[in-house]
Design a protein around this ligand. Structure first.
Ligand SMILES: Cc1cc2nc3c(=O)[nH]c(=O)nc-3n(C[C@H](O)[C@H](O)[C@H](O)COP(=O)(O)O)c2cc1C
Length: 210
């Protein structure tokens, strides 16, 4: 049994990546982590070129992911909240799974998925969107874990004075940015526990499928 973890965050090593890896750490099956950071993945263009053979014809970084997706028995899909929505990179990736579902055929049908969702203020929003997409692909939803990540405003250099940024939204005006106010997964042990529990649950399901 193989589990493929995919993080749609363009920031390597941040909350989405880390939380996807926490889920993978307890699955107890062969697993692989893929970051979409730096990858060029275009949106679905509705060209219909994939209808006959279930192969998307857009030439970009989605191509090599195709075989990995098909080989996986389960997915851990992570995405951050950008402007109260799924970030565009993750959305493009999920749109392009459309190539697998044509003519009564759904090549992803019966696979399992754990959803990882992050956000600076509303971490659960990406999950609500991904949860709605899974049925289109007939992927079984095992569970969701959501964590608060550090908005870039904590490190952009202007966070303490900027009136439009996340620091003021979260902490109020005039706050000094110190390590203790920057959201981090290490300060959310319950969330890490949920992630590991979901990994274990997914592993158990896959063990029963064998
Ligand atoms: C362009 C942009 C827009 C964002 N919009 C929101 C938002 O509307 N709501 C929210 O909760 N967080 C928002 N965030 C914060 C990210 O969701 C947060 O930093 C998250 O931790 C990013 O995931 P990462 O740490 O894995 O990169 C935004 C971040 C960026 C870069």
């Amino acid at each position: 049994m193989k589990v493929l973890g995919i993080s749609g965050s363009p920031r390597r090593g941040k909350t989405t990546d880390r939380l996807v890896k926490e889920v993978l750490s307890s699955v107890g099956h062969e697993n692989e982590f893929v970051s979409l950071a730096g990858k060029k993945i275009a949106p679905c263009t509705a060209c219909l070129a994939c209808v006959k053979d279930n192969i998307c014809k857009i030439k970009d970084d989605m191509e090599p992911l195709r075989d990995q997706l098909l080989a996986a028995d389960a997915l851990v899909i992570g995405a951050p909240n950008y402007f109260s929505a799924l970030n565009a990179l993750s959305h493009c990736f999920l749109e392009r799974l459309c190539q697998f579902r044509h003519q009564d055929c759904d090549l992803l049908a019966g696979k399992y998925a754990v959803i990882v969702s992050t956000g600076g203020i509303e971490p659960e929003i990406p999950a609500t969107m991904i949860e709605k997409m899974l049925p289109y692909y007939q992927i079984n939803h095992v569970g969701t874990v959501a964590a608060q990540g550090a908005a870039s405003c904590f490190t952009c250099g202007y966070g303490e004075t900027c009136s439009t940024g996340a620091v003021r939204m979260l902490c109020g005006e005039g706050v000094k940015i110190t390590d203790d106010i920057i959201p981090d997964l290490s300060k959310q042990p319950d969330v890490v526990g949920v992630a590991r529990e979901l990994g274990w649950k997914l592993g158990k399901i896959l063990g029963e499928v064998v």
